[in-house]
Design a protein around this ligand. Structure first.
Ligand SMILES: [Zn+2]
Length: 119
C-alpha cells in the first residue's frame, strides 16, 4: 500500500505539461493568423495596398492634396475633424473622434486596411 505517493509524484509533471500546453495553444487569444507584421511594414516602407487605399481616401474627399478629410476610422462615412489629425505615410488624416484618432495613431495600416470602400 505504499504506491499512492509515487503515483502522485508521476502525475504532477503530466498535469504541469498539460496546463502549459493549454496556455500555448489558447484558441481564444487570436482568431486570425498573425500573417502580417506591422512593425516590418512601417520600418521598410508602407505596404502598396495601404498606400493605394490612402490615395483613394485622399481622392474621396474631393481633392487630391494628401489630406484625407474623411474619417478613416469610420470607413470615410464620417467627416474628419482637423483637431483630431494624424500623419501616416506622407498623408495627413483627419479623424472624427478621439477614439478613431487613438486607433489610427496606434496602427494606421490596420485602420486603413479595415476600411470598407464606400458604396
Ligand atoms: Zn471615426
Amino acid at each position: 500500500m505504499g504506491t499512492v505517493p509515487s503515483v502522485r509524484g508521476a502525475l504532477a509533471p503530466i498535469l504541469l505539461a498539460g496546463s502549459l500546453l493549454a496556455i500555448a495553444c489558447d484558441p481564444g487569444a487570436s482568431p486570425q493568423p498573425a500573417a502580417q507584421s506591422p512593425t516590418a511594414a512601417t520600418a521598410g516602407g508602407a505596404d502598396a495596398e495601404v498606400l493605394a487605399r490612402m490615395a483613394e481616401a485622399d481622392a474621396a474627399d474631393g481633392t487630391v492634396d494628401r489630406v484625407i478629410r474623411k474619417c478613416m476610422g469610420c470607413s470615410l462615412h464620417m467627416d474628419g475633424d482637423p483637431s483630431h489629425k494624424a500623419t501616416a505615410h506622407g498623408y495627413e488624416a483627419h479623424l472624427c473622434s478621439e477614439q478613431c484618432l487613438y486607433r489610427f495613431e496606434r496602427d494606421p495600416d490596420a485602420v486603413v486596411m479595415s476600411m470598407k470602400p464606400p458604396e
